[in-house]
Write a protein that binds this ligand. Structure first.
Ligand SMILES: O=C(O)CCC(=O)C(=O)O
Length: 217
């Protein structure tokens, strides 16, 4: 795969483990959207990165874009409901998130979408996860990040439901590092958009694991 990570040597010998979710910090974005952030939720992230990079059956996809078919600028693998995730620590993460958000979300996190950003040229364009419940009611998408830090950018959805467009410059940026967790909640998927912008310079690989409730994509 040629996707070596310049991880810390100490971390390389550490078994993966999840910390407490008590340290989550919530930021209200407006229009009923919020994000919870917890840097360093996962320790031993080097091992997680290494095994996912090596063992996941990554797929390169192509998509129709107007009159052209283009490469999707990242590798993908989707784990639906009731399938084993590629590492037990990811099942633990999903279950811990389900327990933490049980009352607020009202249903479990059930699927895991994995993205592999090979370098700074890989990215995700602006979008909301609006297939399923995310299009009409509040939901949550939780993202665990391993590998090179990349920015998750969020901006009010232009002309979206839930209010007028946000003011120019209202984009917020969260650098997601090795082992960090971010949860997008409330109306975030229908009133805001998110993206992983391309990054310039020498940017190493990153893998994101997105946990979602049933039907949300
Ligand atoms: O990689 C990430 O953190 C975000 C991925 C994402 O937004 C998506 O795949 O829909």
């Amino acid at each position: 795969m040629g996707a070596d990570l310049q991880g810390s040597l100490l971390d390389a010998f550490e078994d993966p483990a999840l910390g407490s979710l008590d340290g989550l910090t919530r930021t209200e974005l407006g229009r009923g959207a919020w994000i919870d952030v917890l840097p360093g939720w996962l320790t031993g992230a080097d091992q997680v990165y290494g095994r996912l990079a090596r063992d996941v059956p990554w797929q390169a996809e192509r998509r129709q874009m107007y009159d052209r078919v283009v490469d999707v600028p990242r590798l993908l693998c989707f784990y639906g409901e009731n399938v084993d995730l590629p590492l037990p620590i990811l099942d633990e993460a999903r279950d811990a998130l389900t327990e933490r958000y049980a009352e607020e979300l009202g249903e479990p996190f059930r699927t895991a979408g994995l993205c592999f950003y090979r370098d700074g040229r890989d990215s995700v364009a602006w979008h909301g996860d609006r297939i399923g419940r995310g299009d009409r009611e509040d939901t949550m998408v939780a993202i665990l990040s391993v590998g090179e830090p990349r920015v998750l950018a969020l901006r009010p959805r232009p002309g979206g439901s839930g209010g007028a467009s946000g003011p120019v410059g209202s984009t917020v940026r969260y650098p997601l590092g090795h082992g960090d967790l971010i949860v997008m909640g409330g109306s975030c998927q229908r009133t805001w958009e998110h993206a992983i912008p391309k990054a310039s310079g020498r940017v190493g690989p990153r893998i994101s694991i997105q946990f979602r409730p049933r039907g949300v994509r």
